[in-house]
Design a protein around this ligand. Structure first.
Ligand code: C2E
Ligand code: CA
Ligand code: CA
Length: 551
C-alpha cells in the first residue's frame, strides 16, 4: 500500500517521462535565462542546445508586438507565483513562427520566492494553419462570424473601385491579455464573441472584420461622432461574464477614404498608426488620423520614393566629426555621419533616414556610399597630417545574410585605404542580432583580423551592453550622449559614467565619451580616465573640404 504525501512532477518519474515524451519542455532561471530544454523542443524549434541555453526566454518568442506582450504577461504571472495557460507565438531558429499551447509554471523556493520557471508546450501550428486556410476559403472568422481580413481587403478594394467614401475604423481592446487573466476561467473565445456581439448590435449593417485576436475593422459611411458613440454604447451596455461587468477599454483609429488615404494597405497603416497614438496617450478613445500623423506618413512615403534617385544623383553628403585623444593631445579619429538636404523635404536627419533605409533595403547603398567617401578621406588625411582613422556607423541589415566583409574590403582596396585606418561603429541592436547569427560575428572577426576595429556605440543605453562586450570582437566603447546632460548635476550619473570607464578599462577596451559640449564636462571626464572625447566642445560635424582647410 502506498502512503499519501504531496507529490510533484519531479518526484514522480512516470509523469516526468510522459511530459518529456509528449511536450516540449523548457526551463528557465529567475532571470528568464534558459537552463534546460528537451528533445521535443529542439526538434520543433530547430534550436541547438548551444544556441539556446543561456538565452532569454523573450528571444524564443516571436518578435511581433502581440507575442512580446504575451511573454510579458506570462512573466508577470510567474513572478507573482501564478500559472499561465494559453496560445503563444514562438520563433524557430530559422526565424519562422510557430504556434503552441503553452503552460507556464513557476517554481518557488521554501520562502515563496520565485526561483525557476517551467514551460510546457504543444505545437499547434498545423491546427492554426488549417483554421486560417478555412477562413481564407470561407472569408469568415470562425470564432465570431465576422469577416476575415481577406474578405475585408476584397471588400475595401471593391468599395474603392466604386469610389464610395467611407471611414476605415481600426478598433482594439486594450490590455487584452491582462483582461483574459482577470477573468479567470473565462476563455478567450467567450470574451471575443461577447465583444463581437456588442459591435454587431451597434454597427448593424456596417461591415465588421476581425483582423487579429483583439483587433477589428469597421467600414462605415458615417462620421467620427457615430463611431465614437460606440464607446458610450459600451458604457451603457457593458459586457457581462457571469454576473460581473467587464472593465473594458477600447482604443481606435479612423482613416477616411478618399480624403486621408487611397489604398487598403495605406488605410490600414494610417488607422493603425493613429491607434498607436491613442494608446500612447493612455487609450480608451477613438480618434481620426490627426493632421500631424498624416504629415509624418506622407513625409515617410516621400522619403521612401525620393531616396533612390537621391542616391543615384549623389545628393547625399557625408560630414565628419573629430574625436580627440586625451593622451595624444590631438584628433585621432573622424566619425562619418550621413546628411541629406532636399529641396522639397528640407533636411532629412539620419535618425529619420536610416530606419526608412533599413526597411526598404537601401541601407546597403547608403553604407557603401559613406564608406567609400570615408575611405577616400582617410587616404587624403594620411598624406596631409599623420594618420587619423575614420569611423563609420553600420546597420546590422548590412551584415545580415550578406558577404559584408568582402564588400568592405573591396571598397577599402579601391580607395587604397589600409583596413587599419577604418573603424566601424555598431549599436546594441546590431550586437543583439549578431548574437543570433553566427555568420555576423564570423565576418566581424575576419574584418578584425584584417585590421578593422569595432566600436560599441551608444554604450549604456541598452540592457545588455556588458554582455556584448564579452563576446563581440570590439576594441572601443563609446559612452552615449544621454549621460552628458546630467553629468555635472547628478552624482548618480557621475558614478555610472565612472563605473563604465573603469569597467571598460578592466576589459582592456578604449573608452570614448560622445556629446561633450563644455569644458567642465571635458575636464571631469579626463579626471575620470576617459581615453577620448567627441562632441561640440571638440568640434561639430563638418564637410571634408573644411577638414582640409582646417589643418
Ligand atoms: P551617433 O552615431 O550616436 O552619432 C552622434 C550624433 O550626435 C550625430 O547626430 C551628431 O551630429 C550628434 N552630436 C555630435 N556631437 C554632439 C554634441 O556635442 N551634442 C549633441 N547634443 N549632439 C551631438 P546625427 O548625425 O544626426 O546622427 C544620428 C545617428 O544616425 C547617429 O548616431 C548614427 O547612429 C546614425 N547614422 C548617421 N550616419 C549614419 C550612416 O552613415 N550609417 C548608419 N547606419 N547610421 C548612421
Ligand atoms: Ca556613432
Ligand atoms: Ca552614439
Amino acid at each position: 500500500m502506498t502512503t499519501l504525501h504531496e507529490q510533484t512532477a519531479s518526484d514522480m518519474p512516470d509523469i516526468r517521462r510522459s511530459l518529456d515524451h509528449y511536450y516540449m519542455v523548457t526551463q528557465t532561471d529567475a532571470e528568464g535565462l534558459v537552463i534546460s530544454v528537451n528533445k521535443n523542443f529542439l526538434n520543433v524549434s530547430n534550436w541547438t542546445p548551444k544556441r539556446v541555453l543561456g538565452k532569454t526566454i523573450w528571444q524564443l518568442f516571436d518578435d511581433s508586438e502581440q507575442a512580446q506582450s504575451t511573454i510579458h504577461t506570462i512573466w508577470e504571472q510567474l513572478q507573482a507565483g501564478k500559472t499561465w495557460f494559453g496560445t503563444a507565438q514562438k520563433q524557430k531558429r530559422t526565424g519562422e513562427t510557430y504556434f503552441s499551447n503553452l503552460l507556464a509554471v513557476p517554481e518557488m523556493d521554501a520562502n515563496g520566492v520565485f526561483e525557476q520557471a517551467l514551460f510546457l508546450e504543444l505545437d499547434i501550428t498545423e491546427d492554426i494553419q488549417t483554421k486560417e486556410r478555412l477562413e481564407q476559403i470561407a472569408f469568415i472568422d470562425i470564432e465570431t462570424g465576422l469577416m476575415s481580413r481577406h474578405k475585408l481587403e476584397a471588400l475595401v478594394n471593391e468599395m474603392i473601385g466604386e469610389d464610395k467614401s467611407f471611414s476605415f475604423v481600426y478598433l482594439s481592446i486594450d490590455h487584452y491579455y491582462t483582461l483574459k487573466e482577470l477573468q479567470n476561467g473565462t476563455d478567450e473565445t467567450e470574451l471575443t464573441q461577447a465583444f463581437a456581439n456588442r459591435m454587431k448590435r451597434y454597427f448593424q449593417d456596417n461591415p465588421i472584420a476581425r483582423i487579429g485576436s483583439s483587433q477589428f475593422v469597421i467600414l462605415t459611411p458615417f462620421g467620427d461622432w457615430y463611431v465614437q458613440g460606440f464607446l458610450d454604447f459600451l458604457e451603457q451596455q457593458p459586457l457581462y461574464i457571469g454576473n460581473e461587468a467587464l472593465p473594458l477599454s477600447i482604443s481606435g483609429g479612423i482613416a477616411r477614404y478618399p480624403e486621408d488615404q487611397k489604398s487598403y494597405v495605406n488605410l490600414l497603416e494610417a488607422a493603425a498608426m493613429t491607434l498607436d497614438e491613442v494608446r500612447q496617450q493612455g487609450g480608451g478613445k477613438i480618434i481620426s488620423l490627426s493632421a500631424a500623423s498624416h504629415k509624418v506618413l506622407n513625409r515617410r512615403s516621400l522619403i521612401n520614393r525620393k531616396l533612390l534617385t537621391a542616391l543615384d544623383r549623389n545628393a547625399l553628403e557625408v560630414v565628419y566629426q573629430p574625436q580627440y585623444d586625451v593622451a595624444a593631445k590631438q584628433v585621432t579619429v573622424y566619425e562619418a555621419l550621413v546628411r541629406w538636404e532636399d529641396d522639397e523635404l528640407g533636411t532629412v536627419s539620419p535618425d529619420e533616414l536610416i530606419p526608412i533605409a533599413e526597411s526598404n533595403g537601401l541601407i546597403a547603398n547608403i553604407g557603401g556610399y559613406v564608406l567609400t567617401e570615408a575611405a577616400q578621406l582617410a587616404v587624403q588625411l594620411e598624406a596631409e597630417n599623420g594618420s587619423p582613422h575614420v569611423s563609420v556607423n553600420t546597420s546590422v541589415r548590412e551584415f545580415s545574410n550578406q558577404p559584408m566583409k568582402d564588400k568592405i574590403l573591396a571598397i577599402l582596396q579601391t580607395a587604397s585605404c589600409r583596413p587599419g585606418q577604418l573603424e566601424l561603429e555598431i549599436t546594441e541592436k546590431f550586437a543583439f542580432q549578431a548574437e543570433e547569427e553566427q555568420s555576423i560575428i564570423q565576418q566581424m572577426k575576419e574584418l578584425q583580423d584584417a585590421g578593422v576595429n569595432f566600436t560599441l556605440d551608444d554604450f549604456g543605453t541598452g540592457y545588455a551592453s556588458f554582455r556584448y562586450m564579452q563576446y563581440l570582437p570590439i576594441s572601443k566603447v563609446k559612452i552615449d550622449k544621454v549621460y552628458m546632460t546630467s553629468l555635472l548635476t547628478h552624482p548618480k550619473t557621475q558614478q555610472l559614467v565612472e563605473g563604465m570607464i573603469q569597467f571598460s578599462k578592466t576589459m582592456g577596451l578604449y573608452t570614448i565619451a560622445e556629446g561633450v559640449e563644455t569644458e567642465a564636462q571635458f575636464d571631469l571626464l579626463v579626471s575620470m580616465g576617459i581615453d577620448a572625447v567627441q562632441g561640440y566642445y571638440i568640434g561639430a560635424p563638418v564637410r571634408a573640404e573644411e577638414l582640409h582647410s582646417q589643418k
